[in-house]
Design a binder for this molecule. Structure first.
Ligand SMILES: *[C@@H]1O[C@H](CO)[C@@H](O)[C@H](O)[C@H]1NC(C)=O
Ligand SMILES: *[C@@H]1O[C@H](CO)[C@@H](O)[C@H](O)[C@H]1NC(C)=O
Length: 245
């Protein structure tokens, strides 16, 4: 399974000094949030979120399980589960308009990432990519993608820190319990984008790297971890999960 990818890697990736893979996806102000969602973010405590959380157009009632304390300015709240601030469309100005822009930017980023053409890899593994080594490039699946066992996202020896990956998934993305997506070769999570039309789910103890642009819900079950931004056009559901931005 690895041999063809390794050959490509050694011939083109290992020695490249210029960044490989598609042009960056500009998240604009959506990059100010570790988690951003339109219809809600819920947690079964204790989750650990490093970065800020935003919900819009739903009001603060869309923040579930955070036991938030609203700041005296009324512009944000805080929670023991969040290193950063929580923002909702019902908070005081300028928060609602700031969130409206961020939600718009999230949609623009989704459209950009999903609209990239001429993939380097089409329907790799028929969507079952456990055990794969993923070199830089644009990947497109017209199906769901399942990660049943560990996957490595591998950058080039000289270019790894600037190499980029876009994974376009037309179905859902599911990561099996305990399966880990990890980085090697200097690859950076901020240079990786999963653009997913269906639901995203990480089962217990799974680990994900990369920005997730979800058209649907994103769920991290018990003990799942993500070095990531979770940007959903519906809801984000956390159960004792860790999201580090
Ligand atoms: C995969 O590529 C096709 C053809 O370019 C495109 O229509 C589709 O939107 C892509 N899938 C995703 C999830 O971006
Ligand atoms: C990916 O495909 C693009 C467009 O065909 C090409 O320019 C680029 O070299 C490919 N990248 C890799 C890493 O194969």
């Amino acid at each position: 399974m690895f041999s063809t990818q390794f050959t490509v890697y050694f011939l083109t990736v290992l020695g490249s000094v210029v960044a490989l893979g598609p042009a960056a996806v500009n998240l604009r102000s959506a990059a100010n949030y570790a988690i951003l969602a339109k219809s809600g973010v819920s947690t079964v405590p204790p989750s650990v979120i490093t970065g800020s959380v935003g919900v819009s157009p739903i009001a603060a009632t869309g923040l579930t399980g955070f036991s938030p304390t609203v700041d005296s300015t009324g512009q944000f709240s805080t929670s023991a589960q969040v290193t950063g601030k929580l923002f909702a469309a019902s908070y005081s100005a300028p928060t609602p308009s700031t969130l409206t822009v961020a939600i718009g930017d999230m949609g623009t980023a989704f459209t950009d990432a999903a609209g990239r053409v001429n993939p380097n890899f089409t329907n790799l593994g028929s969507g079952a990519i456990g055990g794969r080594i993923l070199t830089p490039g644009l990947y497109n699946w017209s199906s769901a993608v399942t990660i049943g066992s560990d996957v490595i996202i591998l950058g080039g020896l000289l270019s790894g820190a600037t190499d980029r990956w876009i994974f376009q998934v037309s179905g859902g993305l599911s990561i099996a319990a305990g399966a880990r997506v990890t980085l090697a070769g200097g690859a950076r999570t901020s240079n990786i984008v999963w653009v997913v039309a269906g639901t995203v789910s990480a089962a217990a103890g799974a680990h994900l790297e990369g920005v997730v642009l979800g058209k649907s819900s994103i769920t991290l079950l018990t003990g799942a971890t993500a070095n990531s931004r979770l940007l959903s056009q519906t809801a984000v559901v956390l159960q004792k999960a860790t999201v580090t931005n």
